[in-house]
Design a protein around this ligand. Structure first.
Ligand SMILES: *Cc1c(COP(=O)(O)O)cnc(C)c1O
Length: 421
């Protein structure tokens, strides 16, 4: 690879001086990625959890092509368009309760920034000063922009490096035990006049390491938030659109969050789009005779028509094809397929939720070598920290899922053999 090629492009989360050059992809179909050298990989992680219907679905491609011909983009200030109107109404209908008010932006991190700003301005509009903190949970990940970083896990996140730049927030453990519940309750009481909101990833903390918790934990958080009069922001950017076996993870806890963040699979992994959706009680605080009470946000490419057309087409596919059943079928395949790895030397944990299968190693393995071995077996994964996980397209065919599971189980068994011959 030429020097120019390797340094003109800045890579994500990568020490470029030492990393192997990235593989060059030239085409995708279904759950396969074709590389420039002719190899074909089965995608085990659906392009960072986005491509839930697989790649190049003709229905999404057709909808985007039609929108492209009619109107690729139009500013959203003072203008509207049918794709956005329709998408907002459909999201409102799909989300529980009166989560009916949709603000579009371009990426997950920005959807989180908008949620934080909604919480901040909610209290400003109510004439309450001093509520400038958010309570977040250890193990969480909410994005890479400054506000989003401030609510990520304080140890694993980027606080150590950027600490001085970030607003200081309040952190608790997820209330799994009675003691943790009491600690959360006490933190909420103690900081009552400083807090603007709580934020949590429902059922699984994704980028924090696929850390899963039962629905009761989420329900407990919702109850405590309500009791303290605080809005609960539920970050469904990873979990939304079937990943955990229901359309949204919060459904499994039977809660209605005050604000929900959506992105990743919103357009079926085709175009960049995000949404921050609020309940009517939140929206009402901005509905006023005072112009300054309006939500003070407006991304240039807000509600991009191409992205909205893709998202509408993706929702069509959820209606026409059995995605949630497929997610639950993947759950049982992953549960059976990964079960044997439990207790092997070097394997600390195996956990599955919906179409998420995760292996946690006892010690951080050589991730580059691990990935290379899986690529050699025709499988694309991106292990991080001490985990290797599978989050395939919900539509993945049985043979491809078998190939993913076999590649992972064989590789981990070989590793165990090496550790304990
Ligand atoms: C990926 C992710 C984000 C950030 O989304 P970007 O589109 O990468 O900015 C935020 N929250 C969660 C839970 C995520 O998984």
């Amino acid at each position: 690879m030429s020097e120019a090629r390797s340094t003109h492009l800045w890579r994500p989360y990568t020490q470029m001086k030492h990393a192997a050059p990235p593989l060059e992809a030239v085409a995708t179909t279904g759950t396969r990625i074709r590389l420039a050298d002719g190899r074909e990989l089965v995608d085990g992680i659906a392009s960072w959890w986005t491509a839930v219907h697989g790649y190049n679905h003709p229905h999404i491609a057709g909808a985007v092509a039609a929108q492209l011909a009619a109107m690729p983009h139009i500013m959203f200030g003072g203008l509207t368009h049918a794709s956005a109107e329709r998408l907002a109404a459909r999201l409102a209908a799909l989300l529980p309760g009166d989560l009916d008010h949709v603000f579009f932006s371009d990426s997950g991190s920005v959807a989180v920034e908008v949620a934080l700003k909604m919480a901040a301005q909610l209290w400003i509009n109510r004439g309450v000063a001093g509520r400038t903190k958010v309570l977040a949970f250890r193990g969480g990940y909410h994005g890479d922009t400054m506000g989003a970083m401030s609510v990520c896990d304080p140890e694993e996140g980027m606080h150590r490096r950027f600490g001085a730049w970030l607003p200081e927030q309040i952190f608790c453990d997820l209330p799994r035990t009675e003691a943790e519940t009491n600690t959360l309750d006490a933190a909420l009481t103690h900081n009552r006049d400083r807090l603007a909101a709580l934020i949590v990833e429902p059922l699984v903390q994704g980028a924090g390491g696929m850390l899963m918790h039962p629905p009761e934990v989420l329900a407990r958080i919702a109850t405590l938030a309500r009791r303290n009069g605080l809005p609960l922001i539920v970050d469904e950017i990873f979990t939304g659109f079937g990943r955990t076996g229901t359309m949204f993870a919060c459904e499994q806890a039977g809660i209605v969050p005050d604000i929900v963040c959506l992105s990743k699979a919103l357009t079926g992994g085709t175009l960049t789009l995000a949404a921050t959706v609020a309940r009517t009680e939140i929206f009402s605080a901005f509905w006023s005779d005072d112009p300054a009470a309006a939500l003070m946000h407006g991304p240039t490419f807000m509600a991009n028509p191409l992205a909205c057309a893709a998202a509408n087409a993706s929702l069509d596919l959820f209606e026409r094809e059995p995605r949630l059943e497929q997610a639950r079928a993947i759950e049982s395949r992953l549960t059976d397929g990964l079960a044997d790895l439990r207790g092997l030397p070097g394997v600390a944990d195996v956990r599955v939720l919906g179409a998420i299968g995760c292996l946690q190693f006892a010690n951080t393995p050589d991730l580059a070598a691990l990935k290379e071995r899986l690529v050699a077996r025709g499988v694309w994964v991106r292990p991080f920290g001490d985990i290797l996980y599978l989050t395939p397209a919900l539509s993945i065919e049985a043979a491809d899922l078998t190939r993913l599971i076999d590649a992972v189980t064989d590789t981990v068994r070989e590793e165990a053999q090496r550790l304990n011959p």
